[in-house]
Design a protein around this ligand. Structure first.
Ligand code: ADP
Ligand code: MG
Length: 482
């Protein structure tokens, strides 16, 4: 065990519950569409409206996605799991209960690993269970009234629950990012956080090192990594302030307000018995046969962690680079294509982490939005390694490619006059002229002053108007002065 990381003398303890909306076309127990953004209540069938006499029918696609997830994190897939009714009263829940899984979830155990500041962390999963989403209350635009939209009612969710294994907001955010990458990678969730397809509840407590776990408060519905970090950081300070002032933390459900940056109690936390869970008599136990699991396993893609390990082995990438190159399936495919074509994987990784990511991040876009394809980037990098352009020149070409000023690397290099001087006859003439014009520097260099050499390199590069290949200029000068 490493020494606990302390905040004002307290250890932070975090467990996350994540709702990943499963990417099925229809709902978990009805045939209505799950498409986002339709007019209110146009995608709510009698089952979603909870009309009397309707019965739920399990969506096999949702179960398959749960199996995929379980296999990706090394869980046990329960051969038999049970749906339960979680009873509570709320306007957006017309049945008066949510169908969920309670004592026997479909996915049990498992583990997620990730890097925080180059250190590997591992978070144990308690479980992941299938459940239906509720509808939505709309408080705006209704002249003081509240509208109910049941389009979301019955949308399939996988709730992924961790053990209280995280010890900082940075760790929680890295876990959430890793989980987000994984569910999109294996194609079970579109990961759209603005639309609520991936949202986290953070359970946070603090304790003195070595003491039993403190009482937790649960921050609901965090739909951005930035908010998660801010919310947890605020909550930790709030709990420590309270304890230092002699108070005790009460178990509660809280909301994060991004405008004030504060968490605020919503209600005191329910306990499980408040929900009067019991097995849903309308649904038989969910039976998953071993051969189904085998078929799903056979269809699994190479997972991000395995791919990152392969990138380290095959392309000699450092662990951090490999993690970044596997930030999404598309990113990894882009990297690998460019790495293979250019033959300079580390340079490709540098360009992707630098020039490419900087521009994409500024637009908040993913690699899919990169206007320069992998083959073109590989070609450009090839022109650096074969000495045609300098790094600086290549950046200018890349700017032009990005701005769609052209698409042909060589044409752009030519048009912008960025070709480094490769005709050594011309370079020799220029260098001879520089040596003739700077007898003092030559004399100083011969007297042992290395600084004088740098001055001569500077003069020579200037004479080539930046187009001299620095290595070549250096070598030729050394030869001439030897
Ligand atoms: P509930 O179902 O009421 O939300 P659980 O016991 O299932 O409660 O726990 C929910 C989440 O809270 C889990 O992710 C768990 O790791 C986390 N958790 C439990 N105890 C603590 C604690 N003392 N501090 C922080 N997180 C906790
Ligand atoms: Mg909870």
């Amino acid at each position: 065990m490493t020494k606990p990381q302390l905040t004002r003398g307290y250890e932070v303890v975090i467990g996350l519950e994540t709702h990943a909306q499963l990417s099925t076309l229809s709902k978990i127990f009805s045939g209505s569409s799950t498409a986002f953004g339709a007019a209110p209540n146009t995608q709510a069938s009698p089952v979603d409206l909870a009309l009397p006499g309707t019965l739920p029918v399990m969506n096999i696609g949702a179960v398959e996605r749960a199996i995929r997830f379980g296999l990706a994190v090394g869980s046990t897939i329960a051969p038999l799991s049970i749906f339960a009714r979680k009873n509570y009263f709320y306007p957006d829940l017309p049945k008066g209960y949510q169908i969920s899984q309670y004592e026997t979830p479909v996915v049990q155990g498992g583990r997620v690993e990730f890097l925080v500041d180059t250190v590997t962390h591992s978070v144990n999963l308690t479980r992941a269970h299938l459940e239906e989403d509720a509808g939505k209350s709309l408080h705006e635009d209704y002249q003081g009234q509240t509208g109910i939209d049941l389009n979301r009612a019955g949308t399939p969710l996988l709730e992924i629950v961790t053990e209280p294994d995280m010890r900082s907001s940075a760790e929680a955010v890295e876990y959430a990012k890793t989980l987000h990458r994984l569910v999109t990678w294996i194609g079970i969730c579109d990961g759209n956080m603005q639309e609520g397809s991936f949202r986290c509840d953070a359970n946070v407590s603090v304790r003195r090192p070595g003491a039993p776990f403190g009482t937790r408060r649960e921050i609901k519905n965090l739909n951005s990594f930035k908010f998660m970090q801010q919310a947890i950081d605020f909550e930790v300070q709030w709990q420590i302030d309270l304890i230092e002032d002699g108070g005790t933390v009460q178990q509660a459900t809280v909301l994060f307000d991004p405008d004030s940056g504060e968490t605020r109690a919503m209600r005191s936390k329910e306990d499980a018995h408040d929900y009067r869970y019991f097995p849903d008599p309308d649904l038989p136990p969910l039976a998953i046969a071993a051969d189904w699991i085998d078929r799903v396993r056979a269809d699994m893609p190479e997972l991000p962690a395995a791919m990152a390990a392969r990138f380290q082995a095959d392309y000699a990438l450092p662990p951090i680079d490999a993690a970044l190159m596997t930030q999404s399936k598309q990113f990894a495919a882009y990297f690998e294509a460019a790495a293979k074509t250019s033959g300079s994987p580390k340079l490709v990784a540098n360009w992707l982490m630098g020039e490419v990511s900087r521009r994409l991040n500024a637009q908040g876009a993913g690699i899919e939005a990169c206007p320069v394809d992998a083959g073109t980037l590989a070609l450009l990098i090839g022109r650096i390694t074969d000495g045609t352009v300098s790094n600086n020149g290549a950046r200018q070409v890349f700017d032009a490619l990005w701005a769609a000023e052209g698409s042909d690397v060589d044409v752009l290099i030519e048009a912008k006059g960025l070709k480094q001087m490769s005709d050594s006859g011309e370079l020799e003439r220029l260098i001879d002229a520089v040596l003739a014009a700077n007898p003092k520097s030559v004399e100083e260099f011969r007297a042992g002053k290395e600084k004088a050499f740098n001055a001569l390199v500077g003069q020579a590069m200037k004479a080539t108007r930046g187009k001299g290949n620095p290595t070549e200029v250096n070598e030729m000068l050394r030869r001439k002065l030897a």
